[in-house]
Design a binder for this molecule. Structure first.
Ligand code: GLU
Length: 309
């Protein structure tokens, strides 16, 4: 049997000399001031074993990783009609690009680029006030992780809003094409708040476990989504989860994954485990440099790439 704790410890040890590489996101002070040498990793297997290393119990801003949870909620509410509002194709452009959106008349390429996640926030808002929708998202993440302490960092949410010029541009653009049903301020209120959820690697790995276990949380026995839906969310994470670095991540790691500019990555080894890593320095695509390396080593050492050993 694979000794996962030994693997996690070895990765942690081998990466020590490289901690601090990459560029920490600096568009808001709350992210800019995080120590670039942080590194955490947590693996939760479908049979409930937990393996951890480093700063795995320190909360960080999950940012775009939250898009996996809002997509899951939107699919639960709207089913396949979700895809009338957002596509399922890799974008090949930056996470906050507006160019493609003009070409495609306000229908974002996929739910994981900013425009797509903003469209998903609009779907989650249906029938709710912004405060209710934000509450629903936080409750959902707490339910997945079985942890009532998970919360939004209000200072991050505020800064996101204060500096979110590009996200306002994207949302206004979509609204001009009639592609948002709610006021831009409400939709972005939901978007900025879910990006500001703070979690630890341990919490994040647990919350992604349903994606590794055919839609069921094996720790609680709760069915979160159907196995078909879990498979499809994994497919989107694999093809679109790392912005225009998705191809590179699939090539190097070979696992469905979703990154955030806070330096976190949630990866899924279907049938085996959910893995969360965090290290704040980003590569040129805005994905955690050391986190991607850790996952590359992990996939190599376990042979768990979905593409074979
Ligand atoms: N809140 C960030 C933004 O909208 C999320 C980006 C990310 O995590 O990639 O700019």
């Amino acid at each position: 049997m694979t000794d996962l704790q030994a693997i996690v410890d070895e990765i942690h040890g081998k990466l020590q000399s490289r901690l601090g590489e990459g560029k920490v996101a600096d568009y808001i002070p709350q992210l800019a001031h995080v120590d670039p040498k942080r590194f955490g990793m947590a693996v939760v297997t479908v049979d409930g074993q937990v393996h951890k290393a480093g700063d795995c119990d320190e909360p960080f801003s999950i940012q775009s990783i939250s898009k996996v949870f809002t997509l899951t909620l939107a699919l639960g509410k709207h089913g396949e009609t979700t895809w009338n509002r957002v596509g399922k194709e890799p974008s090949g452009s930056a996470f906050n690009s507006i160019v493609q959106l003009e070409h495609e008349e306000g229908k974002p390429r996929n739910p994981f680029i900013n425009a797509g996640a903003i469209a998903v926030s609009d779907l989650v808002l249906a029938g709710h006030t912004p405060a209710e929708a934000i509450g629903e998202i936080v409750r959902f993440v707490r339910y997945l992780a079985e942890d009532e302490t998970i919360a939004i960092d209000p200072a991050v949410a505020k800064s996101e809003e204060a500096t979110g010029y590009r996200n306002f541009a994207l949302a206004n653009f979509m609204r001009s094409f009639g592609k948002l049903s709610h006021p831009v301020e409400h939709v972005l209120g939901v978007y900025f708040h879910h990006c500001a959820i703070a979690m630890t690697c341990s919490q994040l790995a647990r919350s992604g476990l349903f994606l590794a276990a055919n839609g069921r949380n094996p720790m609680t026995g709760h069915t979160v989504v159907s196995s078909q839906r879990a498979r499809r969310i994994n497919a989107l994470m694999l093809t679109c989860g790392h912005y225009d670095g998705s191809g590179d991540f699939a090539y190097r790691v070979g696992l469905p994954g979703k990154s955030g500019v806070g330096g976190g990555i949630l990866a899924v080894a279907p049938g085996k485990a959910s893995i969360a890593v965090w290290s704040p320095g980003l590569n040129h695509n805005g994905n955690s440099l050391i986190g991607s390396l850790a996952l590359e080593m992990f996939a190599d050492m376990t042979g768990w790439s979905v593409f074979g050993h």
